[in-house]
Write a new protein. Structure first.
Length: 104
């Protein structure tokens, strides 16, 4: 298994490329929900990276910190038909909806 970060195969760097042999690789792209280009990136960016890296597998990890970011993210995912997509992982980084580890 091989994990590389910021792999640039000619179309810009993808955050991570995880490979298991020459013909089995998955791209991992991290995004913040606050990113103003999030919708465009979800539509196009990873597809370009997949072509440049000769793979058809990619995971998009999106982190949100507020209720507003979560709503914006859900609106974008619904618009693009990506809500519930297995290739998209959402990280709830809000600090107001979880008990403190030191108190729990």
């Amino acid at each position: 298994m091989d994990v590389n970060r910021e792999v640039n195969n000619g179309r810009g760097p993808v955050d991570y490329k995880v490979s298991y042999g020459a013909k089995n690789s998955t791209l991992v792209e991290f995004k913040l929900a606050s990113n103003k280009s999030l919708e465009r990136n979800l539509e196009r960016q990873v597809e370009i990276y997949k072509q440049a890296n000769l793979t058809d597998k990619a995971i998009k990890v999106i982190m949100f910190f507020t209720d507003e970011e979560q709503k914006k993210l859900n609106d974008i995912l619904n618009k693009l038909g990506l809500q519930g997509c297995e290739e998209i992982i959402l990280i709830d980084a809000r600090n107001d909806n979880k008990p403190s580890a030191s108190i729990a």
